[in-house]
Design a protein around this ligand. Structure first.
Ligand SMILES: N[C@@H](CCC(=O)N[C@@H](CS)C(=O)NCC(=O)O)C(=O)O
Ligand code: FES
Length: 145
C-alpha cells in the first residue's frame, strides 16, 4: 500500500465545511437591496430611467408618479442584472417595474394604475407623509368654491 493511502486510512482528516456560496451571496444581496428599498420614501425599480424609460410598463409608472408630482429614487435594472433578478426575489414579485413606499412593496404597473384610478394612491402617499399634487389641486379648487 502506498504511504499516502496508509496515511488516509490511519488519519481521519476533518472536512472543512463552507456555507453554500449561493446562500451567502443571496443573504448579502438581500441586505444590499434592502438598503436601496429603504433609502428614500419612494423607490422605483424600472427599465431605463425616469427621463428615458425603456419599457411601456415602466413608462406608465413614471407617468403616474409624475401626475402626483412625487419625488422618488429610481434604479435601472437593465444596467444591473443582479438587481434585475435580486429585486424579484426580494419582493417575491416576478416583474419590473416595482414601486416601494416607505420600504413596503406597493406593486407594479397594473396595481399602480388601479390605485391611481380609484384614488388609493393618494391615500397610500398621504399615510407615508407625502401629499399628492392631485390632492393639493383638488383642495385648492374646493377652496375657490
Ligand atoms: N403586469 C405587469 C407588467 C410588467 C411586466 O410584465 N414586466 C415584464 C416585462 S418588462 C418583466 O419584468 N419581465 C421580467 C424581466 O424583464 O426581467 C405589472 O403590472 O407591472
Ligand atoms: S421590456 Fe418588453 S415588455 Fe417590458
Amino acid at each position: 500500500m502506498s504511504s499516502l493511502l496508509k496515511i488516509k486510512r490511519l488519519t481521519r482528516i476533518p472536512q472543512l465545511v463552507f456555507p453554500s456560496v449561493r446562500a451567502y451571496s443571496d443573504e448579502v444581496h438581500k441586505e444590499i437591496i434592502d438598503k436601496f428599498v429603504k433609502n428614500a420614501p419612494v423607490v422605483v425599480f424600472m427599465k431605463g430611467n425616469p427621463e428615458a424609460p425603456k419599457c411601456g410598463f415602466s413608462n406608465a409608472v413614471v407617468q403616474i408618479l409624475r401626475m402626483h408630482e412625487v419625488a422618488y429614487e429610481s434604479h435601472d435594472v437593465l444596467a444591473d442584472e443582479s438587481m434585475r433578478q435580486g429585486i424579484k426575489e426580494y419582493s417575491n414579485w416576478p416583474t419590473v417595474p416595482q414601486v416601494f413606499i416607505k420600504g413596503e412593496f406597493v406593486g407594479g404597473c397594473d396595481i399602480m394604475l388601479q390605485m391611481h384610478q380609484d384614488g388609493e394612491l393618494i391615500n397610500v402617499l398621504q399615510k407615508a407623509g407625502i401629499q399628492s399634487a392631485l390632492l393639493t389641486k383638488a383642495m385648492d379648487e374646493e377652496e375657490k368654491k
